[in-house]
Ligand binder design. Structure first.
Ligand SMILES: NC(=O)c1ccc[n+]([C@@H]2O[C@H](COP(=O)([O-])OP(=O)(O)OC[C@H]3O[C@@H](n4cnc5c(N)ncnc54)[C@H](OP(=O)(O)O)[C@@H]3O)[C@@H](O)[C@H]2O)c1
Length: 328
């Protein structure tokens, strides 16, 4: 994304007072990139409370944010699975004032459901869905009283369209989307705005953790065909999909800062055809049929398309690099 397309954030230009921002899950990835982007803003428009569940992981963030700690950046402990931790964190913020809340913390889970425990699945729902609910129970009443606030939720394209072997993760993001769709109507009455950010693959720790867990998964509870599908189709293509279609966490951070973001914002235009299928056929058959054919019948074409996209992206990056250097 070109920087000139990006204008100041959720801010009307006339309001120049520093906005208080709270971001969850800032130990790595999108949360870290966003906290750094906002804390290092040249016009110092933000006071960023970058939170993480384990403060022992704060060094990468502090280093990436340069000398902003104690000025535009504060680092605080917040575990979205603990009401007590959320309450303590919010209560430690002056006047409990949060102008922009970014609900980013999340975890993934892949694989056949017969090989996952209910506890593992509950942890995904507890983090990705109830984590957001817990945050809002604490932050929303203050925002309502002030009649101002922006809530940004890092959802996923999987909040719109499920993808093979992501059953529970997609369910957690669908839950987030349904919750926000309902809440947005009430929120508007209080002049509050919600934005669902829906990235496709983003190259972060998430990708590595999920892949490693998938590789280590005990597949003995699955039948041979399902286990083979997971290992030889899903895991085999996993890295290739991230390499080809993946965005950088910094790009997502930049997009979140766009002016007047809509309620739903997909960050990766390469995913638009997939989500469009969903809206094109209310019966739901079209996306399922297309995915089925793409994975099981036309996988060679699918792989060739990925390689083609990879080549196009490489060429466009190369021409951008050349363009940049010609101005130097
Ligand atoms: N990467 C992708 O491809 C992708 C695509 C679409 C959407 N997303 C969404 O983007 C968000 C950020 O993911 P990411 O890609 O930046 O992954 P990441 O690098 O793994 O970051 C996830 C962050 O969430 C934190 N977290 C996990 N459980 C938490 C809890 N109980 N309380 C507080 N923080 C917790 C992690 O902390 P620890 O370091 O302590 O684990 C980490 O800081 C997630 O909601 C994810 O679902 C990611």
């Amino acid at each position: 994304m070109q920087s000139e397309e990006v204008l100041p954030v959720c801010l009307s230009p006339s309001v120049m007072a520093q906005k208080t921002v709270l971001v969850t899950g800032c130990s790595s990835g999108i949360g870290l990139a966003l906290a750094v982007k906002m804390a290092t803003d040249e016009q110092k428009r933000f006071k960023v409370y970058a939170t993480m569940r384990n403060l022992a992981k704060k060094d990468n963030l502090i280093e990436a944010a340069g000398g902003t700690l104690g000025n535009t950046l504060e680092v605080k402990q917040l575990d979205v699975c603990s009401e007590e931790s959320i309450r303590m964190c919010i209560s430690s913020i002056p006047d409990r004032r949060i102008d922009i809340l970014v609900s980013n913390a999340g975890i993934g889970l892949i694989g056949p459901i017969e090989c996952q425990t209910i506890e593992e699945m509950q942890k995904v729902m507890d983090t990705n869905f109830f984590g957001l609910v817990r945050l809002l129970k604490e932050v929303l009443p203050d925002m309502k009283k002030r009649k101002s606030g922006h809530i940004v939720i890092i959802s996923s394209v999987m909040g719109i369209q499920g993808i093979l072997f992501n059953d529970v993760y997609a369910a957690s993001k669908f839950a987030v989307e349904g919750f926000c769709e309902s809440l947005a109507i009430q929120a508007l009455k209080f002049k509050l705005h919600l934005t669902l950010v829906e990235p496709g693959p983003v190259v972060t720790e998430f990708e590595k953790k999920v892949f490693e867990d998938g590789m280590k998964m005990d597949l003995s509870a699955a039948d041979e065909e399902t286990a083979d599908m997971f290992v030889n189709i899903y895991l085999k293509n996993y890295k290739q999909i991230f390499q080809t279609l993946g965005q950088a966490a910094e790009d997502i951070a930049e997009i979140i800062l766009a002016e007047n973001p809509p309620f739903r914002h997909q960050t990766n235009s390469l995913y638009a055809p997939i989500t469009t299928l969903k809206y094109a056929d209310p019966s739901g058959d079209l996306p399922i049929d297309t995915f089925y054919k793409m994975v099981f019948q036309h996988n060679k074409i699918f792989n060739a398309s990925l390689n083609f996209i990879k080549l196009l992206r490489w060429r466009s990056r190369k021409s951008l690099d050349l363009g940049e250097s010609s101005f130097q």
